[in-house]
Ligand binder design. Sequence first.
Ligand code: A2P
Length: 350
Amino acid sequence: MPASARPTVAVIGATGAVGASFLRVAEERELPVGELRLLASARSAGRRLRFRGEDHEVRETSEETLAGADLVFCSANSDVSRRWGPVVAAGGGVFIDDGSAFRMEPGVPLVVPEVNGSDVEWHEGILSIPNCTTTPLVLALHAMRRVAPLERVSAATYQAVTGVGAAAAEELRAQLRAIASGDEPAPPRELPHQIALNVIPQVDDFAEEGYTREELKMQNESRKILHQPDLRFSATCVRVPTMVGHAEAVHVEFASAAPLEALRRELAAQPGLELQDEPGAGLYPTPLSTENDDRVFVGRLRRDPSVEHGAVFWVVSDNLRKGAATNAIQIAEEVLARGRLGARRAAPAL
Ligand code: A2P
């Protein structure tokens, strides 16, 4: 693609929860788009979606509808990513994936631009955005490690149903309607248990040593993005009955003294992050107060008296925006700014 041309952009999963957010964020951030192709499964072919005041027909994802695309965003499922990522990369396009299919592959940069934007330099056609709980966490940790090296992280998450997808959000709505009318909710289909009036200590399937895949994703992805392969890490991921916005209670331990005032200063200075921490005035972030915002919010920062150099904080961000669509678009901006659309370079050993 000539440097002056506007890229042909395809969105796989355009009809989904992240797809809708993607189109809104691309409008707001004025992503350069020449031709736009909105793609989904065959079920959605023929639907129409609006972008920049114009209707676009949704088409089935195929070799034909992806041919010649310069930038492809994918938010569907791992099978879809695995099917189309290599096809796009082989055709010279750049595939930016919202799923977990490629995140830990050595040749795939896993990027939060404010933390490791320069990692886009070594992409080989596929780049990945982190899990929607990893992104806000590493942004806060990245600011804090300017005060003292990170040694250990322990987190508990409070994750909204849109993290599962649009169908899970509808399941919560239907359960709430049934309960409000005094009826028994229908058995859950998208989540392992009823989510209305409940919390579920399981996000994704169980994997190793009693941890879920989501918990291991947080651990492995944080290490990769922060370039700290030995970071000690443990998480418990919990689904809660909120629609949008993932929250996390995080305990962090440092290798040396990390005074609260210095942590506060670095958090306040961190691009993409907002410190909202006046507990006396009832000011701290919540999923509702941070919805539709691209920033990651941190509050409740305090010393952890149970370890020598530790802090505790609360971090919240919109899982559909910074947790997914916004981060994907920021990666595309980084790729464009660095002239890395279509070009290839070898991955360094991390
Ligand atoms: P469709 O609406 O046609 O099923 P969510 O995460 O909100 O559930 O959205 C998932 C997105 O992934 C939807 O846009 C969905 O399209 C899309 N999708 C699901 N299966 C496929 C597939 N086989 N090929 C392309 N897109 C798919």
